[in-house]
Design a protein around this ligand. Sequence first.
Ligand code: NDP
Length: 460
Amino acid sequence: MAITKEAAQNTMQTAQHYVNQVYETIKKRNPGESEFHQATKEILDSLVPVFAKYPKYMEGGILERVVEPERFIMFRVPWVDDQGKVQVNRGFRVQFNSALGPYKGGLRFHPSVNASIIKFLGFEQIFKNSLTGQPIGGGKGGSDFDPKGKSDAEVMRFTQSFMTELARHIGPDTDVPAGDIGVGAREIGYMFGQYKRIQNAYHAGVLTGKGLHYGGSLARTEATGYGTVYFVAEMLKDSGLSFENSTVVVSGSGNVSIYAIEKATQLGAKVVACSDSSGYIYDPNGIKLDTVKRIKEVERKRISEYVKEHPEAEYTEGCSGIWTIPCDIALPCATQNEINEADAAALISNNVKAIGEGANMPCTLEAIDAFLQAGILFAPAKAANAGGVAVSALEMAQNSMRVPWTFEEVDAKLHTIMKTIYQNSIQAAEEFGYQGNLVVGANIAGFLKVADAMMDQGIV
Ligand code: NDP
């Protein structure tokens, strides 16, 4: 029997009402956690058509359960600095959802880290990990520790103290952290060493992003940046566009940014700008990536150093001006909420064709709306930057088998995973009447798999 237009409208209204109620509860239960509210709002709103079409998910209380972390751990991290002074930081781990596998998600060390940021990242991670097709649940963690300006010895003492508590909560089949902002190979190495010492066992699969001499995967370092570009390339291809001969702006100059710049350049783009938390550089001839890598990865200095070696480039203090540089493709790869409505307007007026979110939630909800309304191709973070965690899952697989794969093998798997995420997101968007909207498509595709697993596993 055909459903009347009126009946369809009623079902949508019931679903919208249900989602609004759940969102109100989130705000009440998590007061002041603006980033967590923002992340849940974006996903919840996209799920309205799912609840309208499949009311069984409403009846199963999936949404009420999925927005509540299975466990949230907060702990004291005391350590002694180089002057002999006692410092105290705060550590976090959210074990958000284990329906699809062990909790999986990075650790962020940055002074801005708080419960809201960890929960927003952990919540997003559930659906991102689902999209990868790998058997991993969602988690996230970190600390308000600032690695900037600290000596190696201080970073080691801090990470050892952090892991001394975290160790009791994680394990290769329980919860597998990785890196994120401020946590790279050095920090993962120190944490792995401390975990091994505490457990007296070599559990290679307890952390990912490890060094290549002790269980790390080739192509993990490159995975998030490369994966973002692979995803955006698929999206461009569907519109008859490509990276070739395009002008690209990438924010940040950390792990994700550097390898997004590398892959975009390999695909024939000219990347003219990148940044750090102090300011941005504009090089009209194209960024010399070797210089950026040395300054940021080896010397750990500011991006402003770049213009000393390349006087044709300009350095500007402050971050948001980077989005006024004309470009065909913008890849925000630094941090959350770095593109607001005004930045989006500047990009649109300069005829940007595509946005690819390499960072987590780099665009505000208003900026996303502006891009979608202007018909700009938009690749949302949870799909576009899923390559990092996907290769982390491949690292876990290699650790379990005790067999390392070559760079080419891992990179080929990453490429296939990114194409599949794109296809699944596009198809989900189409099935639910949002043709071409990857924000809605990725949220729905990621959610359905988790929801089905939760239904199968009963009320837990
Ligand atoms: P890094 O610490 O390697 O680099 C972060 C970059 O962003 C640095 O250039 C940093 O500048 C800049 N930055 C950090 N905070 C701010 C800020 N508040 N304002 C402006 N710039 C800032 O981190 P990653 O590259 O690993 O992570 C970047 C983003 O990508 C994050 O959103 C992260 O969650 C996300 N992501 C990372 C994955 C990974 O595999 N690493 C996987 C999926 C997502 P400075 O040098 O001054 O600190």
